[in-house]
Ligand binder design. Structure first.
Ligand SMILES: *Cc1c(COP(=O)(O)O)cnc(C)c1O
Length: 470
């Protein structure tokens, strides 16, 4: 399998060459040259597989320049009951006949991002051990990504992590998850600004080619293709758990921000999984809902992004979205180039009235948005009806998923975080504290450690230069 750019300007590369960078040199995103397909017979044979077997069957189609035995060992080391709470890794909870919750948030940091990042950490370690190189990971987080990346890379040989976070803007639980890590290869940089300031610093440093090369900077952000690939697996797992035979179709409801999670669902469908509907849920930051309803994609300015009670979906533009548009455009890079030029120049584009509009209607995507009051009402009703407490992001997905529910079509709602990460919203909805897994008792009382830095890329570069893994 080779990887190309959505904008056509990159010679085909093998997987290990695109592993630490999702961005192509021409400004596009890297994508596989084609999607491998599973026939109905192959699907039937996969049905009884364990999570690890399924992960190998799928990932070995995308990763063919790591020895199969090594890839198998990496997968076996990553997806354990010890790390994810059960042998199922992503167990399916049936709320009522035809309505399910696919539990993706039982990894080390209690958010679905662990499923991809735990694998990424082990892939990095393997590839670096082979070429004896070192890697410095630079990232920015508003909460879930940072802790998930740090737990995936803590203690890894040859890798250091520099994670920027907005000082005082994350929940107490999220802050403690990151700042209480004592591993010497993890560096938390608390920036005296907001998340967009952190992201701007990362972008500035990533554009400093000399600095980037000198310190071998890599990224683990949501445009990393390996993250998308790892997420494909649980769509298959969820499908098999909710159905009995390959003739059946299902719908998935996905709370979306940067379009990474639901893109994996789209790819699963392209690979032959019988998904009739992908139901996309946004919160008040509805750039994606607007696109799927009207065909108009209008990126928001940082000032237009509102802080909501499902904060991991508070985005101004959806960084993975270009990969979906590439497929919509029949994988023609010229179309993507033209649309993204327009986006850069005019802040948006509209596919209404173009051939893409018909393809969009036929794509199987539907969308809607969920607001704070919807989230609170959904947390309450799911708790009352099914005795299950869901986090605010999952609630957005359920709210929108139910609005598109069809009879005789199983609806699988993705659980993207556990409620304990967002206790204030749970207290507002239910008047009580969310349950806290044993391993996280007393987390906020542990000693914390971070470096405080101003909104200044130069200061961050100086810090990296002093502490980088070399
Ligand atoms: C990151 C995140 C999302 C959004 O996922 P995308 O892949 O960015 O669409 C939703 N819910 C939670 C809890 C998250 O951490």
């Amino acid at each position: 399998m080779r990887y190309v750019s959505t904008r056509g300007g990159m010679p085909p590369q093998p997987f290990t060459s695109i592993l630490i960078e999702g961005l192509a040199p021409d400004g596009g995103l890297v994508v596989p040259e084609r999607y491998p397909k599973f026939t109905a017979e192959e699907l039937a044979r996969l049905r009884a597989s364990s999570y690890r077997e399924l992960a190998f069957a799928i990932l070995s189609r995308y990763i063919d320049d790591i020895e199969p035995a090594d890839l198998k060992a990496i997968i076996t080391r990553t997806y354990t009951a010890a790390a994810f709470g059960s042998e199922d890794i992503t167990p399916l909870k049936t709320l009522e006949p035809g309505l399910h919750l696919l539990r993706l948030a039982n990894g080390p940091t209690l958010a679905f991002k662990d499923i991809a990042l735990q694998l990424l950490g082990n892939l990095f370690e393997h590839v670096l051990a082979k070429d004896g190189a070192k890697l410095n990971i630079l990232g920015a987080t508003s909460g879930d990504t940072g802790s998930s990346a740090e737990y995936a890379l803590r203690g890894k040989r040859g890798i250091s992590v520099f994670m920027l976070s907005p000082r005082g803007r994350m929940s107490a639980f999220q802050t403690a998850q990151m700042y209480a890590l004592a591993d010497p290869n993890i560096f938390n940089l608390a920036i005296e600004g907001v998340f967009d300031d952190c992201q701007d610093i990362v972008k500035k440093i990533a554009a400093d080619a000399a600095f980037k090369r000198r310190y071998r900077l890599g990224a683990v952000n949501s445009i990393n293709w390996a993250r998308v690939a790892a997420q494909i697996v649980y769509y298959f797992k969820g499908y098999f758990a909710a159905t009995r035979s390959e003739g059946e179709e299902v719908a998935f409801a996905v709370p979306s921000g940067n379009f990474g999670n639901i893109l994996a669902g789209h790819v699963a469908r392209e690979m032959g999984l019988p998904i009739r509907r992908l139901i996309l849920a946004t919160n008040e930051n509805d750039v994606l809902d607007e696109f799927f309803r009207t065909g108009c994609y209008r990126a928001r300015g940082a000032a237009e992004v509102v802080a909501t009670s499902s904060p991991s979906m508070d985005i101004s533009r959806a960084s993975n979205f270009e990969r979906f548009v590439f497929d919509l455009a029949g994988r023609d890079p010229a179309v993507v180039r033209a649309l993204w030029q327009k986006l850069d120049r005019e802040g948006g584009f509209d596919v209404a009235g173009t051939p893409l509009a018909d393809k969009l209607r036929a794509s199987g995507f539907v969308s809607s948005r969920s607001k704070h009051a919807d989230r609170i009402a959904t947390i309450r009703s799911v708790s009352e009806k099914y005795g299950v407490i869901v986090d605010p992001h999952t609630a957005d997905g359920i709210k929108v998923g139910l609005s598109y529910r069809e009879s005789n079509l199983p609806l699988i709602c993705l659980e993207t975080a556990l409620p304990v990460k967002f206790a204030a919203t749970i207290r507002e909805a239910l008047g009580k504290e969310p349950e806290r897994p044993e391993a996280y008792r007393g987390l906020e009382a542990l000693p914390q450690r971070c470096a405080m830095l101003p909104v200044d890329a130069g200061a961050v570069e100086a810090y990296i230069a002093e502490h980088a893994c070399a």
